[in-house]
Design a protein around this ligand. Structure first.
Ligand SMILES: N[C@@H](CCC(=O)N[C@@H](CS)C(=O)NCC(=O)O)C(=O)O
Length: 110
């Protein structure tokens, strides 16, 4: 089991801290009353991952910028790991189950 919090994450294994290493920050763009956003945040928390949430509910300019940043995605949530656009909730769930999320999080910064 891997636990992480704060942005310079602390690794824990079997209850003891075994290593510290830098991890890519996770940023999630959300709106209020968004079921997929809630599920995405829950999944991240279940994995012990800390994230920064950007609520774009009342921020149309940011929402427009988000569409650009994601290559035209119009839905929320949109999740970034470091500079990599992971996608929405279903992309996060897939990445969590196939190991891509771990890989992205642990990738060294460019
Ligand atoms: N397949 C997408 C579905 C996301 C989705 O449908 N989100 C809704 C909100 S829960 C949405 O953005 N609807 C359009 C809008 O709010 O403008 C995912 O997995 O993230």
């Amino acid at each position: 089991m891997f636990w992480a919090w704060e942005n310079d994450k602390v690794g824990r294994h079997a209850g003891s801290i075994v290593y510290k290493k830098p991890m890519q920050p996770i940023k999630i763009y959300t709106t209020q009353y968004c079921g997929y956003c809630a599920r995405a945040k829950e999944l991240l928390r279940e994995n012990g991952l800390v994230f920064e949430e950007v609520d774009v509910t009342h921020d149309d300019p940011m929402r427009e910028k988000l569409v650009e940043m994601t290559g035209g995605r119009l839905t929320v949530p949109q999740i970034f790991v470091g500079s990599v656009h992971l996608g929405g909730y279903s992309d996060l769930a897939q990445a969590s189950s196939d190991g891509k999320l771990d890989q992205l999080i642990n990738e060294p910064s460019p």
